[in-house]
Design a protein around this ligand. Structure first.
Ligand code: DX5
Ligand code: ZN
Length: 219
């Protein structure tokens, strides 16, 4: 069972309510929310107030991806705004174990993300605690980039390592996921697919969600 998590980064920000409704019509499972601070990544998006407003217009679970420095300062804000899962970057967390415990203690699913150049072996100390591992399959900061091909083997290695430590762990991939890449990442062991451009950049958003799910299933 693959979870499809459309990223609103590629949506029309003047009509988020309408665009999210289309994603729901297509059967999206979660909504992926990319928070960027202009420091950790060279782009700025949105924060808790936008998430709080969106919480009122959809019942989809909110999968919040924090591409920000010092995420510990804002965990409660994002949780109270409506985040169901909160994912932090390994690269921003000197006390990662503490951060993950904090996310869990406020009732959210706790995720850890690594950039393409960060080796998955660095996650070994946190695999027993994290609910989700997020592998960036592009360099974070922007939507619409090309999938990094070497990610497939990295997903395979991470899946083996993560599932032996924690069988129920979610393995999410983010960046350049579309109908041409979905099957290979699922075959390698990913079970949550984030997709921005391939869903919200499509003319028919509900059909794009269904097409991505079909591609992930290999049909
Ligand atoms: C990139 C973000 C992604 C982005 C993916 O930094 O984390 O979630 O929205 O966009 P696509 O699917 O267009 O590559
Ligand atoms: Zn993301």
């Amino acid at each position: 069972m693959v979870t499809i998590a459309p990223s609103i980064l590629a949506a029309d920000f003047a009509d988020l309510r309408g665009q999210i409704a289309y994603a729901e019509q297509g059967g999206a499972d979660w909504l992926h929310l990319d928070v960027m601070d202009g420091h950790f990544v060279p782009n700025i998006t949105f924060g808790p107030p936008v998430i709080r407003s969106l919480r009122r217009v959809t019942s989809l679970p909110f999968d919040v991806h924090l591409m920000i420095e010092n995420p510990d300062l804002y965990l409660e804000d994002f949780r109270s705004a409506g985040a169901d899962s909160i994912t932090v970057h390994y690269e921003t967390c000197p006390h990662l174990h503490r951060t993950i415990q904090k996310i869990k203690s406020i009732g959210a699913r706790a995720g850890v993300c690594i950039n393409p150049a960060t080796p998955e072996t660095l996650l070994s100390g946190i695999l027993g605690d994290a609910d989700m591992i997020l592998l960036m399959t592009v360099n974070p900061g922007f939507g619409g980039q090309t999938f990094i091909g070497s990610s497939v083997e990295k997903i395979r290695r991470t899946a083996a390592m993560a599932r032996s430590a924690h069988p129920g762990v979610y393995l999410e991939v983010d960046g350049g996921i579309d109908e041409t890449t979905a099957r290979s990442v699922v075959d390698a062991g990913a079970n949550v697919l984030v997709a921005g451009k391939s869903i919200f950049g499509a003319r028919d958003i509900p059909s794009a969600v269904r097409a991505l799910r079909a591609a992930a299933r290999g049909v």
